[in-house]
Design a protein around this ligand. Structure first.
Ligand code: GLC
Length: 732
């Protein structure tokens, strides 16, 4: 990665000297803010050698109410008119929303824009730096020329948390190179219904997969926030249950018992908190009819108290406006959200009205001073830990990392590892490099389609939106003789002389609710017509699916010799051709169960439905044809793994994962273990019997069927101590 200069907070004296020198070099000499008393030494909050809590206490003691309310306010960059309002209203945070950009769109302009805003923020009497947030959700995707990595659904398919951590670090270097301090990533959503327009922002449908990928947080922040100039504040989002709404409706209603909500959607956030994530963004969605942004129990009692989250909670874009069902926001809505536990409000436009209303609510006592101080303490702690007071301006040593060869090589590796080979009849893959190939499909030569949403704009778009390599360019570069590769988007001109046809088809870009698919989940008419042309030629057809989710393709699958799920690979399309030609064998595993029909949605591992391809499915090269079915019934074998999910004085919540370790399918299972004196108080995804202090749980109707290697889980809460039981599993 780029040379990282480490101004570690561990050597304060050196740090202070270097910082003063650095600030002097940036023209922002360590001069006390205008109007401040000149002092031989910095005020305590300006002294990096002091512990952060002391600096926070000192700064809080000097802040006016307006200073404090401004810290709780986040404003869209383009709404800050005039820019001096940033200081005049003491605004503590700026963001670039999905369509916010700079012109010309290049890393230097972003860094200059950031520095100009920061210099304005530092003119306030206390000189509190602002913190700038952006959605760098699959690379620094607002910046033209940045490296775009696979969206999370592809990263989940890699099953490689260490790789994902390296991706997080690379993204942080590119973000830091433009000055920006904070990314609204990773989404730790557990997508349970593929109709949801944000399925591709999820690492997978089972909590353990997004949980394992919380390494992205460590990649972004470093093992210690502010450890070097590329440490960027991460955001675990969207808390809680955004991927579990009924019907997969974006911003909809998640109808689950508390036990199921905790079992399915909470674990990734527990892991992110354990990894020190600095911020959490709330979900627009509701839990059993109550909006997350109004949910004091979930936000304050569970996230902050039970999980011990010490960072700050930020609202989603104008989410506070939704609380009363009317457009616009009111003082009452602001009070509901802030008292539920929101520390910073992403307004994002009418900051004057927001601050007037917020001040009114505080002056009326409907928002306590203690709540205001707690919010400020949380926000300022992260600003201090990030090193913003010492290093407020862009660290330009990272600017050249934006779109660097190193990062693109890492992205290409991530693309390779994310490819999931679902079908490969007759070993048609890997393709020979001297093969005569016909390439078709709307996404074969389209970097916009292969990057998906959140790409140079909120919704993304088809076309040459940024620099990178399309799948076709990758194929041509890998082929021995590019003249033997013919491309026609629609398949026109194909004949029987080709070794194979490669059809790169799927979805065009979308984001959020614009990607919801309540109806058909199949291929669009253009793709179907292209595939029909290829089929008519009699040439073997290899399909590469560029999509943000599994699609309903069972009817077409028999016509395809091979199917490779490429997901949304980003700028390095050559990672797909690396796998097509066998330079790298496919290793990806499905992060989502693949439906047999859209009518099956939601369909998830262990729910008893019969998928086209099960969660975890993925072929590789070198495996011969499927072995003949064994005439003897395969032995029924399974294991049961116990894990404490959370504990409190006098009780605990546990999860037991059952795995089919046999070579044949299970139609049912049971797990038994000694309770060690504890008593089960609630249980989900199974049925419990207890005899002589021993618990036996049999599968629920929906999670009994397990194909070889598949897993499912059940959970329970109990009084007493968890101990370390070793459950015995019996398959049937
Ligand atoms: C959006 C998204 C959220 C994003 C925020 C800022 O509506 O829900 O994921 O971080 O606004 O762009």
């Amino acid at each position: 990665m780029s040379p990282s200069r480490t101004l570690s907070a561990r050597r304060p004296a050196i740090v202070a000297t270097l910082c003063a020198a650095a600030l002097a070099l940036t023209g922002l000499a360590a001069v006390p803010p205008a109007g401040a008393p000149t002092a031989a030494v910095a005020r305590p909050y300006q002294d990096p050698s002091l512990p952060v809590p002391e600096r926070v206490d000192d700064l809080l003691s000097r802040m006016t109410t307006d200073d404090k309310l401004g810290q709780m306010t986040q404003v869209e960059k383009d709404a800050l008119v005039p820019q001096s309002d940033l200081a005049a209203h003491r605004i503590g945070s700026v963001l670039s929303g999905g369509d916010s950009t700079v012109s010309p769109n290049n890393p230097r302009t972003w860094a200059d824009t950031y520095d100009s805003l920061q210099r304005t923020a530092l003119t306030t009497p206390l000189g509190i730096p602002m913190i700038y947030g952006i959605d760098a959700v699959h690379g620094h995707n607002a910046v033209r020329g940045a490296t775009l990595f696979p969206h999370n659904i592809g990263l989940g398919a890699t099953r490689d948390p260490a790789l994902v951590q390296r991706v997080g670090r690379a993204v942080a270097e590119e973000v830091a190179g433009t000055g920006i301090d904070w990314s609204f990533a990773p989404c730790l959503c557990v997508a349970r219904n593929d109709r949801w327009g944000r399925t591709y922002e999820s690492f997978g449908e089972k909590p353990e997969l997004p949980t394992s990928m919380a390494t992205f947080v460590t990649g972004m922040q470093g093992t210690a926030l502010g450890g070097d100039g590329a440490s960027v504040l991460a955001t675990a989002k969207h808390y809680l249950g955004d991927g579990g709404t009924t019907g997969g409706v974006d911003q909809g209603n998640t109808e689950l018992s508390e036990a199921e909500l905790r079992a399915v959607h909470l674990p990734p956030f527990q892991e992110a908190v354990r990894r020190g994530v600095g911020s959490v963004m709330l979900s627009y969605s509701s839990w059993n009819g109550v909006r997350s942004h109004a949910h004091k129990y979930l936000v304050t009692d569970v996230l902050k108290s039970e999980l011990g989250f010490g960072g700050f909670v930020v609202s989603d874009w104008a989410a506070v406006d939704q609380l009363d069902g009317q457009s616009g926001f009111t003082g009452a809505e602001i009070t509901t959200a802030v008292n539920a536990g929101v520390d910073m409000v992403m307004v994002p436009h009418d900051y004057r009205k927001f601050l007037t209303l917020l001040r009114g609510e505080v002056n009326a006592g409907r928002i306590s001073q203690a709540r205001v101080d707690d919010a400020n303490r949380r926000i300022l702690t992260k600003k201090f830990q990030l090193g913003l007071f010492e290093r407020p301006l862009t660290d330009r040593s990272y600017t050249s990392s934006v779109g660097s060869a190193e990062h693109r090589a890492l992205a290409r590796q991530a693309v390779r590892a994310s490819q999931v080979l679902l079908k490969n009849d007759g070993g048609v893959l890997p393709l020979a490099k001297n093969a005569k190939l016909f390439v078709a499909g709307k996404s074969a030569d389209d970097i916009g389609n292969q990057s998906g949403g959140w790409t140079l704009g909120w919704q993304g778009r088809s076309g040459p939106v940024t620099e990178g390599t399309t799948v076709l360019q990758g194929i041509r570069a890998a082929a021995g003789d590019p003249s033997r590769i013919r491309y026609d988007r629609y398949g026109n001109g194909i004949d029987g002389s080709y070794t194979a046809a490669v059809a790169v088809v799927g979805e065009t870009p979308y984001a959020e609710m614009h990607g919801d698919r309540p109806g058909s989940m199949g291929l669009d008419p253009e793709d179907l017509q292209t595939l029909a042309r290829l089929k008519a030629s009699g040439v073997p057809v290899v399909v590469v699916l560029v999509s943000g989710r599994p699609l309903d393709i069972a009817a077409q699958l028999p016509d395809w010799k091979a199917l490779l799920a490429a997901w949304l690979p980003g700028t390095e399309g050559a990672g797909v051709s690396d796998v097509l030609f066998g330079d790298h064998a496919p290793t990806g595993k499905l992060p989502m169960t693949w439906m047999r029909s859209a009518s099956q949605q939601p369909i998830n591992d262990g729910d008893g439905k019969s998928p086209l391809f099960p969660y975890g499915h993925g072929l590789t090269y070198g495996t011969g044809p499927d072995p003949d079915p064994d005439p003897e019934p395969a032995p029924k074998a399974c294991t049961a793994q116990f894990k404490v999910a959370s504990s409190w004085s006098g009780g605990y919540q546990a999860e037991i994962t059952v795995k089919n370790t046999g070579t044949g399918p299970l139609t049912g299972w049971s797990a038994a273990w000694d309770l060690g004196g504890s008593t089960v108080t609630s249980l989900w995804n199974g049925s419990l019997t207890v005899a002589q202090g021993r618990a036996t749980v049999r599968n629920a109707a929906h999670n009994g069927a397990l194909s070889p290697g598949a897993t499912t889980s059940f959970g329970f809460t109990a009084n007493g101590g968890a101990g370390t039981p070793a459950p015995q599993c019996t398959g049937s």
